[in-house]
Design a protein around this ligand. Structure first.
Ligand code: SF4
Length: 91
């Protein structure tokens, strides 16, 4: 019998995650609730790149990871767009 186990790529970044200090409520809000506060915290988090990479690699479907919402991560998986402003938009 063969059993596969899931091992995080490198969970060390999680020990320095700002969300570990604030609690999960902001990051997993009720459907339709704002993710603004979670994104504000993510913007200050030095672990953001590692967090986003982890979320994408592990197909995390719920909550805010790496400063991106579920819809924004889905857009990356679907067509590689981050959904974040690039500063190159006009108007
Ligand atoms: S970037 Fe990731 S690790 Fe950092 S606060 Fe946001 S959800 Fe937490």
């Amino acid at each position: 019998m063969h059993i596969d186990t899931i091992t995080p790529t490198d969970p060390a970044w999680q020990a320095q995650a700002l969300c570990a200090q604030t609690g999960a409520d902001f990051f997993f809000p009720e459907p339709g609730s704002s993710v603004r506060e979670a994104k504000r915290i993510c913007a200050m988090c030095e672990m953001r790149p590692a967090c986003l990479e982890y979320a994408l690699a592990n197909d995390e479907r719920f909550g805010v990871w790496g400063g991106l919402s579920e819809k924004e991560r889905l857009a990356i998986r679907r067509d590689g767009k981050t959904g974040e402003p690039t500063g190159r938009e006009c108007g």
